[in-house]
Design a protein around this ligand. Structure first.
Ligand SMILES: [Fe+2]
Ligand SMILES: [Fe+2]
Length: 295
């Protein structure tokens, strides 16, 4: 799996990645339908949260393993530093989502997604999947996450009416996902990862993500007692397929990953101040009182 392309990690990008501690207290819990009283949206976001502790640990592991293969050259030093900060950010996300998920457990929800993911990871390990493949999987999921993160900061309506603490949590996570969206990709490129495998693993990740997110959301709604309420399905249809539905908003950026010249930070079709990195920087500056830099 070899290819060559210019990677975009620059010293400026490395210094921009900050590891932050979010000032949030979830100890008192939150409403079951914290997303403005909407069962579907609450349980869909809850499902995503359930995937993070195992998923993000796998991303961390794949980047750590890939870093061992990166030649120690002055050119790679910056990428190595950025990757270390990526690990710090993902570790913080895992921690906060574990607290979030502990509350979901108290509400009677059952996290099956973590077991599905763990089983797949164990299968890959047993088959001796090489580090560059793991990294391609991480880059793929990072792109899906970054597209969702971009929508979260770009479209206020995605979290309108939600518990302010949950808005803070999801937007903070979104901002950092945008900040570090190119790290796994750049590392993959620097290690000579091919376009063919990048695309194959991406299609795999899209399929697995859609399946897992769907079945975990259905399971959450079932335990919540709202699976068979018409309002639940009405909300789901509006969320994905409405005029401003997330499917229409995300389809283009999701498909963009298939292009040979794709790079996560290349958004030439958008004005600089409307690009994802600008949205993230603005949100982090506007909410500087809600987090503390730890690295
Ligand atoms: Fe994350
Ligand atoms: Fe990430």
């Amino acid at each position: 799996m070899h290819d060559s392309a210019t990677h975009f990690a620059t010293p400026a990008q490395a210094s921009r990645l900050t590891v932050r501690r979010l000032k949030i207290d979830l100890g008192q819990g939150f409403e079951r339908h914290w997303h403005g009283g909407d069962a579907f949206k609450s349980q869909y976001y809850n499902a995503l949260s359930m995937s993070f502790p195992v998923g993000e640990q796998s991303f961390i592991d794949s980047v750590k393993d890939a870093l061992k293969l990166l030649p120690e050259t002055p050119e790679n030093a910056c990428l190595g530093d950025t990757a270390a900060r990526f690990i710090g950010q993902e570790a913080t996300h895992r921690h906060v989502h574990a607290l979030y998920n502990a509350q979901l457990e108290k509400q009677g929800l059952v996290n099956r997604w973590q077991h599905w993911a763990a089983r797949r990871i164990a299968f890959g390990q047993a088959r001796g999947l090489r580090p560059l493949h793991w990294l391609a999987i991480t880059a793929a999921y990072e792109h899906c996450t970054a597209v969702f993160a971009d929508g979260t900061l770009r479209h206020d309506d995605w979290l309108a009416g939600a518990d302010p603490r949950m808005q803070l949590l999801w937007r903070w996570h979104a901002a950092e996902e945008i900040e570090h969206r190119a790290v796994a990709f750049d590392l993959y490129t620097a290690l000579g990862g091919s376009h063919g495998w990048r695309v194959r693993w991406y299609l795999y990740a899209l399929m697995v993500f859609t399946l897992d997110a769907g079945r975990q959301t259905v399971l959450n709604l079932w335990r919540d007692g709202t699976l068979f309420k018409p309002g639940t399905w009405w909300s789901a249809a509006g969320f994905f397929l409405g005029r401003q539905g997330s499917l229409w908003r995300c389809a283009g950026p999701l498909l963009g990953y298939l292009r040979r010249d794709f790079h996560p930070d290349r958004e030439t079709h958008t004005a600089p101040d409307a690009q994802g990195q600008a949205l993230a920087a603005r949100w982090l500056a506007d909410n500087a009182g809600s987090w503390r830099a730890v690295r």
